[in-house]
Design a protein around this ligand. Structure first.
Ligand code: G3H
Ligand code: 13P
Ligand code: ZN
Length: 319
C-alpha cells in the first residue's frame, strides 16, 4: 500500500475499536506546518489514535510534495494509529490522486448529487480505494444547519435512515457522513436549545448495527476563543457551535469520527491576534506563530480528552 511507507494506517481498526469502546476518533484539519505539528503532537501526547484531515483546498495550498514531505518527516509509526484522510473530495480524480500520494483514507463527497449518482460515484471510488486497502467515507444528506429548519427543504436535508442503509450496501463504503443537525463553520445555531437528531443515529444503528458514522461540522466554537478574537480586533458576531455534551453523546453511540476544523482555526486566530495586539513591537513571525501553534495544540488535546474520549486508546487497538 502506498501509505504504509509513511507509517500510516487506514481507519478500519480504529473505527471498530471506537465503536466497541463508545468513543470517537477526532479528524482534525491542517493546512500548514504549524497546524500539522500541533495536531500530531496533541495525538502523541494523549496517546490517541487520530485522523489528519486535508481538504481539497488545503491540498492545493500546501502542494502535494510539501505535504508528503511533512508526513514523511514526522516519522509516524503504525502503532501510533494515525490516518491521513482526504476531506470532502469532490471527484474520482482527486480521490485517486490522494491514494496515489499515500493517503490512507479518502472522503468522496457527492452529497450534492442525486441519490443514484451519489451511489455510482461513491461506489466507484470505494472499488478503486479498496484495491489499495484505503478506507472510504461518503456522505448522504445535506449539512444545512439549524438556520434552515423552518424551510421546506430542511426536513429532506437530514439523512434518511432507510436510504442510508441502501446507500451503504450499494456502495460498499467504510463509513458514512450524515446530516443530523451539525453544520460547517462558526455560525451553527441560533440559540442554545437545539438538539442534534439522535433519533436518526438510533434508527441508522438499528438498520446497520455498529456501522461507522461520521459527524461533519462538529466544532463547538468555544466562547472563550470568540471573546479573545473580538477583544483583539476581530468581529465574530453570534458565533455558536455544537454543545460538548451532545458531541460526547454521539461519540458514545455509532459516531466513530468527529470532524473539527473551525475550533482550531479559531484557536490559531485568537492566539495570533492576541500576540500581535498585546505586543505591537514584534515582527518575527516565529513569535506569533509559536503562540498560534501552541493554541492549536492545547485545543486539540482538550478536544481529544473532552469530546472524543480517545486518549490512551492505542492499547485497545494494538492489543
Ligand atoms: O469541511 C470543510 C473543512 O472545514 C475544510 O475547509 O476547504 O476551507 O479547507 P476548506
Ligand atoms: P467545523 O467547521 O465544524 O469545524 O467542521 C469541520 C469539518 O466538517 C471538516 O470536514
Ligand atoms: Zn466537513
Amino acid at each position: 500500500m502506498n501509505y504504509e511507507r509513511f507509517g500510516l494506517v487506514n481507519t478500519r481498526e480504529m473505527f471498530a475499536a471506537a465503536n466497541a469502546g463508545g468513543y470517537a476518533i477526532g479528524a482534525f484539519n491542517f493546512y500548514n506546518m504549524e497546524t500539522f505539528a500541533a495536531i500530531l503532537a496533541a495525538a502523541r501526547a494523549t496517546h490517541s489514535p487520530i485522523i489528519l484531515a486535508v481538504s481539497e483546498s488545503a491540498l492545493e495550498y500546501m502542494g502535494d510534495k510539501m505535504l508528503m514531505a511533512m508526513i514523511r518527516g514526522a516519522g509516524i509509526q503504525p502503532h501510533e494509529q494515525i490516518a491521513l484522510h482526504l476531506d470532502h473530495g469532490h471527484s474520482f480524480d482527486v480521490c485517486a490522486r490522494a491514494i496515489d500520494l499515500g493517503f490512507s483514507s479518502v472522503m468522496i463527497d457527492a452529497s450534492g448529487l442525486p441519490f443514484d449518482e451519489n451511489v455510482e460515484l461513491s461506489g466507484r471510488v470505494a472499488e478503486y480505494a479498496h484495491k489499495y486497502n484505503v478506507s472510504v467515507e461518503a456522505e448522504l444528506g445535506a449539512l444545512r444547519g439549524f438556520e434552515d429548519e423552518n424551510t421546506n427543504s430542511s426536513v429532506e436535508s437530514f439523512t434518511q435512515p432507510d436510504q442510508a442503509a441502501e446507500f451503504v450496501s450499494r456502495t460498499n463504503i467504510d463509513s458514512l457522513a450524515v446530516a443530523i443537525g451539525t453544520s460547517h463553520g462558526a455560525y451553527k445555531r441560533k440559540s442554545g436549545n437545539e438538539t442534534l437528531r439522535f433519533d436518526i443515529l438510533e434508527k441508522i444503528n438499528k438498520l446497520m448495527p455498529n456501522f461507522p458514522i461520521v459527524l461533519h461540522g462538529a466544532s463547538c466554537i468555544p466562547d472563550v476563543l470568540v471573546d479573545i478574537i473580538n477583544q483583539n480586533g476581530g468581529a465574530l458576531k453570534n458565533a455558536h457551535g455544537i454543545p460538548i455534551d451532545q458531541l460526547r453523546r454521539a461519540a458514545e453511540m455509532n459516531v466513530c469520527k468527529i470532524n473539527v476544523d473551525s475550533d482550531n482555526r479559531m484557536a490559531f486566530t485568537a492566539a495570533l491576534r492576541e500576540a500581535l495586539h498585546q505586543n505591537p513591537e514584534i515582527f518575527n513571525p516565529r513569535e506569533y506563530l509559536d503562540a498560534a501553534k501552541s493554541a492549536v495544540y492545547e485545543n486539540t488535546v482538550g478536544e481529544i480528552i473532552n469530546i472524543m474520549n480517545s486518549a490512551n486508546r492505542l492499547v485497545s487497538v494494538s492489543g
